[in-house]
Ligand binder design. Structure first.
Ligand SMILES: NC(=O)c1ccc[n+]([C@@H]2O[C@H](COP(=O)([O-])OP(=O)(O)OC[C@H]3O[C@@H](n4cnc5c(N)ncnc54)[C@H](OP(=O)(O)O)[C@@H]3O)[C@@H](O)[C@H]2O)c1
Length: 329
């Protein structure tokens, strides 16, 4: 497993991190035993970065991670595993609308209380990285929630502070990076969503901001395993994400990528992760992992050869902006 600097923060993270949404819930049936085994396997294979959130199964994902870290400490492991979690805004529209107020969606008392819950779930006295789970551009001029988080950082309860981009307006966090409000940014960047290459990733590099790339597989389509007949369980959020004609449109585009890869040694999944890692601003890519086989397949990809320049060039044509699909049809 190769390591990369996490921005300017003096920590080297594994190129492949562990995306821990599905082990919390919302992706159909998921047995805790599979999740625990997947986490242990990924860490055994050199993964040292895990991304989770309060919202992933209402703390279930965080508690599973804490259990694994406890088990490993009890077994005498001396490794440092970096855990990033997220605090959502208070109840209301998601992502926040331009008319929401920052001090109502992320009020100080709520942020303090929510942090205490994250610390308890993760079984620690200090978070490595706390990210606000979403944001809106209208708060950039007076980002009060980050003033509160900086105070909590000074109190020693948080190591680094970050934000996860709102999918419809990822560039809204550029001003936060330039203003020095965030140490890390979590962003959607994949063969379909290439807009961050326009400016966001370069600004992160200039500012020494750690970049965590989410959804590198486009929720699974960029592994090449879906076809027009693929069905998602009713409690798998992808039943809505790929609703109507979306799955069929996606599959057609994935087949174009498969065509580009013909004759190469790259699977679509390998190309998807290597595409992300080809950008020098990227610190870690966090594919969602829910079983041992996915932990092994994804962690192994770091040490495989990088994409040749001709393929990278070809992939530019697959840029397709529609990440606001999360809201459903
Ligand atoms: N707003 C936010 O902040 C936000 C939003 C989304 C995600 N995230 C974070 O980013 C992480 C990654 O995103 P994601 O999990 O949504 O999507 P993703 O990484 O694009 O897709 C993950 C899914 O692909 C399948 N998969 C994984 N490895 C595979 C392999 N080697 N071969 C075949 N299939 C494989 C698995 O699902 P199946 O086996 O069921 O197909 C897995 O759950 C999340 O876990 C979470 O930590 C954050």
């Amino acid at each position: 497993m190769k390591l990369r600097p996490f921005g300017k923060h003096g920590f080297n993270c594994s190129e492949i991190g562990f995306g821990a949404w599905a082990i919390g819930g919302a992706w159909g049936a998921q047995a805790d035993a599979d999740s625990l085994a997947a986490l242990h396997r990924a860490l055994d294979l050199g993964c040292n970065f895990i991304d989770t959130a309060a919202g992933y199964g209402n703390g279930r994902s965080e508690r599973l991670i804490a259990q694994v870290l406890r088990e490993r400490a009890a077994a005498g492991q001396k490794e440092k595993i970096f855990v990033a979690t997220k605090t959502p805004p208070t109840a209301g529209v998601w992502p926040p609308s331009p008319y929401c107020r920052a001090d109502e969606r992320y009020p100080e008392a709520y942020l303090r209380e929510n942090l205490a819950e994250r610390l308890a779930n993760l079984g620690t006295e200090r978070l490595d990285l706390l990210q606000l789970h979403t944001w809106t551009r209208s708060w950039n001029r007076n980002p009060t929630p980050f003033k509160v988080l900086r105070a909590l950082q000074r109190e020693g309860k948080i190591g680094l502070i970050g934000v996860s981009t709102p999918e419809h307006d990822q560039n809204s966090v550029i001003d936060l990076m330039r203003g020095g409000w965030v140490d890390a940014v979590q962003v959607i960047y994949n063969m379909f969503e290439q807009e961050p290459a326009a400016e966001l990733l370069d600004v992160a590099r200039e500012c020494g901001v750690g970049i965590i790339v989410r959804v590198a597989f486009d929720e699974g389509s960029l592994t090449g395993k879906f076809n027009v007949l693929t069905k998602f369980a009713h409690d798998d959020f992808r039943a809505s994400y790929f609703a109507g004609d979306r799955l069929a449109r996606t599959v057609v585009r994935v087949e174009r990528i498969r065509h580009d890869l013909a004759g190469s040694d790259f699977s679509i999944a390998l190309a998807a992760l290597k595409f992300v890692l080809a950008h020098p601003a990227v610190s870690t890519v966090i594919p969602g992992i829910r079983n041992i086989a996915q932990a092994e397949a994804n962690c192994a990809m770091s040490d495989l050869p990088d994409l040749p320049a001709e393929l990278l060039q070809k992939f530019q044509r697959h840029n397709w902006r529609r990440a606001f699909w999360y809201a459903g049809k």
